[in-house]
Design a protein around this ligand. Structure first.
Ligand code: ADE
Length: 258
């Protein structure tokens, strides 16, 4: 998988991508990560990428030009034909395991990291990217979000994790939290490993783990156990009145997280 990252701060990435599983995945050429400095795509000689918002207000807005030029230049490069364009923004659809799995099946991703108050809206209207948020909080920039997306996606690319780990992932991304793990010693500072795990009885161990998983999910994340509520039928508006209280379809995320 080829991952292009358009950023104003390429220096933020090498440490994170140069260690552990992501480093090995790159060495094995299972994933290729290419960083692009959006300042190289400005037309002004100072490499200025932001400007004041029209209409006033605080902060600066990331201009459309460097983003358009960077993305357009990238798309002329080999192997980018089917890459999915993704904007990292707190306004995006929420990253989930399902979304990470979906992205991991793409041949490539072009991730665009925002900074400042936000993006010039024409980046959305003109480039029609997928928009992804990693949670309901605001980061100083999209770089951190891009790192999270890359990590969540890369580990699902076949071969990146060992066979054992990927099988484990299959069985536990079934929507439940993991059961508790223990390793040696059998007793540590008075705390004993549950007897069943020492018993060697595989069926009993599997049963215990499944119960623990379910109980832990019920306590910590009961929302994960609820069946997904079906979309309500749209109410027909009374004649002459606009439906109120619902988001317009064009404002909703085209692909809601599942
Ligand atoms: N940029 C700033 N905050 C973000 C978030 N929560 N997710 C994705 N990109 C962001």
């Amino acid at each position: 998988m080829l991952i292009d990252i358009c950023t104003l701060f390429p220096g933020m990435f090498p440490g994170v991508f140069g260690e552990s599983i992501l480093r090995i995945a790159q060495e094995k050429r299972l994933i290729d990560i290419v960083l692009h400095d959006m300042r190289d795509y400005t037309l002004n000689k100072h490499g200025k990428v932001d400007d004041k918002p029209y209409g006033g207000g605080p902060g600066m807005v990331l201009a459309a030009e460097p983003v358009f030029r960077a993305v357009e230049a990238l798309r002329t490069l080999p192997k980018r034909g089917a890459s999915e364009l993704v904007l990292l923004t707190p306004q995006g659809e929420r990253l989930s395991q399902t979304l990470a799995r979906d992205l991991s099946k793409r041949p490539g991703l072009i991730l665009v990291c925002g900074h400042y108050e936000g993006f010039d809206e024409r980046i959305r209207t003109g480039l029609r990217p997928r928009e992804i948020s990693i949670g309901d909080y605001v980061l100083t920039g999209g770089e951190f979000a891009a790192m999270v997306v890359v990590d969540a996606v890369a580990r699902l690319v076949p071969g990146v994790l060992g066979a054992e780990e990927s099988t484990r992932d299959e069985s536990f991304s079934g929507g439940l939290l993991e059961y508790p793990h223990y390793t040696r010693p059998a007793e540590f500072r008075g705390m004993r490993v549950p007897e069943v795990l020492l018993s060697g009885h595989h069926a009993e161990i599997a049963k215990w783990r499944s119960e623990q998983s379910r109980a832990r999910t019920a306590i910590r994340r009961p929302d994960l156990l609820k069946p997904e509520a079906p979309e309500p039928e749209p109410k027909r508006p009374a004649p002459g009145r606009r439906p109120s209280g619902r988001t317009r379809k064009s404002d909703r995320h085209p692909r809601s997280p599942s």
